[in-house]
Design a protein around this ligand. Sequence first.
Ligand code: SF4
Length: 522
Amino acid sequence: MHSIERVVAELEYIAAHQRRTGKHYLVTIHDDTFTLLPTRAKALCELIAGRNLGLTLTCITRADAIDEELLRLMRGAGFINLSFGLESAVPSVLRAAGKVRPPDWPNPDLEPERRFVEQVRTGVIAAKKHGFSVGVSIILGLPSETVEDGAATLRFVKELPVDYYMHNFLWVFPGTPLWETRDRYGIRCEVNPLGLPATTEHAYDLTRLRPWPKCSLKEEAQFIRLLTTDSLYACEAGSTREKGIGVVVVNAPELSAQMAGWLSVILKIGGVVIQTYPSLNRSEQDLKVDSDRRVFTEYLVPARYYVQVLRKPDIAVEERWLATFRGVDLYRRHKPKVLSILSSKGPSPLLYWVNGVTTPYALCEVSEYLEQPDELTHFLGRMRECDIEVRLQRMPVPPGVKYPGRWQKGRAPCLQLRRMEVDAQGKVRSCRHGEPIGTVGDTRKDLMQRLAGFVHDAEKRRGCAECPNTHCPRCPFPGINEQTYCGIMTKQYRALRFLDFIGLYSRLPIILESQSERVGSG
Ligand code: SF4
């Protein structure tokens, strides 16, 4: 262990950083078991409390390594969140996993494991009494576990007064005892060409077990839906202003080795890759999703998020997508709505929103509408009557507009090429209706130069240099007739200001998320 003086010195450094930056964030103690030595933890908490650091802290620990006094001291030191490792509520599974006693413990009586499960229950209740936000983590797929055992563990969690629980799947690492004995339990693992271990099969299909409402994965799934909605039809990469390519949308039914190799070079570390698939049946989907994930891992593409988006058959003007991401596949099976994205090919969701009616659409297309002056006049009329402020206070955020950069004030956001799209033939574009600006294998510099060439040609063709409109982004590929585009950009100020506003507010959820470390700067 580090000395408690050293730990407190580091916490003082963090406190100074928070005071300096004005940023107050939760500080995580990353030890596997913070209270492994309760006496030491008590001394540390007393020292932290004595220094009045004003930090809010969180940690994970074991329920058999806490007591009332320690909980009281932890609250005094600034801990607001506490998570207990439960893993399983079935004593025989805990024994096989060696959580409390080693699997080969001479005494077969499982009393120590039964006592441990009870300690988790009493530990959670005690921590709640002390005002902590409390969670427990479970691991499904542990050695000897059956689907009934897994269900029993979930039932136990459901009875606990926790604020959340972590629904983990067993992942076996070389060098652990289980790596040597895995075959005995029907657990299959492999090591990929890069030496990275993967657990490919468990004794039963873990995704059969439905997650409970307080599952922390739900938040992750909701975030994946937000991120995908924000990236699917965008003109730039989220809210990052950093150099480099932050988002790549791959519109292809397969991730080729060539594509993955190129992405591993051109994508910035911590970037996002969204791959969209044409409509496929369920078994084809599963095959594609798994095989593309292998390729993605093998080429070490430095993405923080690789989201695979499955297209469902369109209905009339509606595009339906189902996002999936390693770790939240469970929701794809049990609660697909959490990962579903509805996109309208027309403007109606926005009209409904202006009329105070919510719809399930996350995205809509307005270009056709802007082309029809009568419809536009009607729309502007509705807008005049609608009190936007009131709408925002009373309604969810408005649906997003596809490729909003076309209508926004200032230069076309894609010129910095922080986001791009690639099709199945390897053609690279700034957006789905843009001209190809290169192919897989090209450098970002080449692509940006060609895009700048298209912008130059478009401006020359349109006579932008003589145009008094300084607000126009001069989008090179507006997806509508150029003359109409110029007409809208020079005459429809009110509609455009409204779209600016919608462009901002529809992105509020992802902007707020991007302030949390989840998105981070990679
Ligand atoms: S060309 Fe226009 S529509 Fe396409 S990404 Fe750029 S700004 Fe958006």
